[in-house]
Design a protein around this ligand. Structure first.
Ligand code: BDR
Ligand code: CA
Length: 314
């Protein structure tokens, strides 16, 4: 089977780092480019983190470009309470040595899509949608070039930034509005799905037992991430690991059940701005281009993840 080509647009971030490792380690995925956007931390920090994790995992040849340093309209909000001051607190990575790609992320996205046959490249955003929105405004023809958009963001029943809005959508709802309203096939891998994506103590022990520099990084990262989650939420559960779910869906769509439904973004709500309003009332129209992820095979997700870690060079 030919590899599936993806562009990963991210803001590492602990779970973005897991998404990068899954994508780099899985033999069915060809990562054409990694682009970064302000989100979990400032643009400089998430870009540094993307470079560091990619190099650490043997992806030196992959172009990495920095994108937008702030949302389209709103002020910057970050998630330091989740990912720490560096965006990857609790971990230790060697400093990256490779230069950034000279292009802006928006141009790298457009150029990459144009240099591959139409409908062969999947966009996988795991952060605010600022870069993707600007790319489609700058080059509207990419709508017909993209195979599909598989994004981590939103949620049809719950939020995390607010009661009803998820972080990636809440930080730049205008960008999300643009991206959800283009006519490309779009899969929303939202919180309803990603809250099912939790390791267990046994899974953490299996990762630690790999005993490689990469597995040590994963253990450090998820331990920090889960400790904060437990403290904030007063629970003993492991934290949901959101972003790799979008990559996992590209690798093997049978891991995740989806349902077609129209989704739109609330831009004006006093309490609901950034909500991904999903309309399940009727059977979807034949031209409905959006679907939402509903059910995850969590055991298989972690098998896939561990298998990918084993294949990484480090
Ligand atoms: C999303 O928000 C970010 O903090 C995570 O990296 C993930 O992409 C989850 O709501
Ligand atoms: Ca993210």
């Amino acid at each position: 089977m030919p590899q599936k080509k993806i562009i990963l647009d991210c803001d590492p971030g602990h779970d973005d780092a897991m998404a990068i490792l899954l994508a780099l380690g899985h033999p069915d995925i060809d990562v054409l480019a990694i682009t970064t956007v302000v989100g979990n931390q400032t643009l400089d920090k998430v870009t540094h983190n993307a470079q560091a994790i990619t190099e650490f995992a043997g992806g030196k040849q992959i172009p990495i470009a920095a994108g937008c340093p702030r949302p389209l309209i709103r002020n910057i909000q970050n998630a330091a309470e989740v990912h720490g001051i560096s965006g990857l607190d609790g971990t230790h990575l060697p400093s990256p040595t490779q230069p950034l790609n000279k292009r802006h992320a928006v141009d790298l996205i457009i150029d990459t899509l144009k240099s591959h046959p139409p409908k062969t490249v999947t966009l996988v955003p795991t952060a605010g949608l600022t870069n993707i929105a600007l790319a489609v405004r700058k080059a509207p023809e990419i709508v017909d070039l993209v195979k599909e958009v598989v994004l981590m963001g939103g949620g049809y029943h719950t939020g995390n930034r607010s009661a009803v809005a998820e972080f990636n959508i809440a930080i730049d709802p205008e960008a999300a509005h643009i991206v959800f309203n283009e006519r490309w096939p779009l899969t929303m891998v939202g919180l309803d799905l990603t809250h099912q994506a939790r390791p267990t103590d046994k899974i953490m022990a299996d990762i630690a037992a790999l005993n490689t520099p990469i597995s040590q990084f994963v253990v450090d990262s998820l331990s920090y991430y889960t400790a904060g989650y437990r403290q904030r939420n007063g629970t003993n559960e492991h934290a949901p690991v959101h972003d790799p779910c979008a990559v996992a869906y590209v690798i093997d769509p049978t891991l995740i059940t989806t349902q077609k439904a129209p989704v739109n973004i609330e831009l004006q709500g006093a309490l609901t701005t950034g909500m991904t309003v999903t309309d399940f009332r009727h059977p979807p129209a034949s031209d409905c281009h959006t679907q939402v992820a509903t059910r995850l095979d969590n055991a298989r997700l972690w098998e896939l993840f561990i298998d990918s870690l084993k294949r990484l060079p480090n």
